[in-house]
Design a protein around this ligand. Structure first.
Ligand code: GLN
Length: 187
């Protein structure tokens, strides 16, 4: 049984906790800096509002330490806002948060009208899954030279990628299936 920390400052953390527990593992809410001292096998950064989660991470003095343990190799999965927090580049936006993954993301990339939608598409290593996007970002560019692997695309836009211990999805896997979490638990 693995112990997975789920960042629980804002956003869709409850759904991730449910999936982790459904897969037979232990989920731990990460709400303050000392929660990061627990022995963890991985961390999930949920969807929500990246500006709000980022601001709270700074205010709670969690940002630098979180960056440090991920850089040290702790597996992390960032979904939607979580992906934005992991990215080194955010288009048309000078904010940077964890700044660990060699990807450039674009926030609210599908515009207002296409704010939320679901599609079935292939996730490399898993197969076809349903992907739900909620005011989602997508990845405009990855640095393959830095070891970023593209795992899924939808309409030619990159919506999932992995770089070593870091997994990022633009969609919300916790809403539709267990497979992406299983993939993450194998990292
Ligand atoms: N639009 C949000 C942001 O920019 C992300 C949306 C989500 O996580 N569902 O942070």
């Amino acid at each position: 049984m693995k112990q997975i920390g789920v960042l629980a400052l804002q956003g869709a953390f409850a759904e991730h906790i449910q999936v982790v527990e459904q897969l037979g593992h232990r989920a731990l809410e990460l709400r303050q800096r000392r929660d990061l001292n627990n022995s963890l096998d991985g961390i999930i950064i949920p969807g929500g509002e990246s500006t709000v989660i980022g601001k709270l991470l700074k205010e709670l003095d969690m940002l630098d330490y979180l960056r440090h343990i991920i850089r040290d190799g702790l597996p992390v999965m960032g979904t939607c806002a979580g992906m934005i927090l992991l990215a080194k580049e955010i288009s048309y936006d000078s904010s940077r948060y964890l700044s660990l993954m060699d990807i450039r993301v674009r926030r609210n990339a599908y515009g207002r009208q296409l704010g939320s939608f679901s599609v079935d598409s292939i996730f490399r290593g898993i197969g076809k899954i349903t992907m739900t996007f909620i005011r989602a970002p997508y990845i405009e560019e990855v640095n393959e030279g830095a070891g970023v692997e593209i795992l899924a695309t939808v309409n030619d836009k990159i919506v999932a990628a992995r770089q070593k211990n870091m997994l990022a999805t633009a969609f919300h896997p916790e809403l539709n299936c267990l497979d992406v979490h299983k993939y993450f638990l194998n990292i």
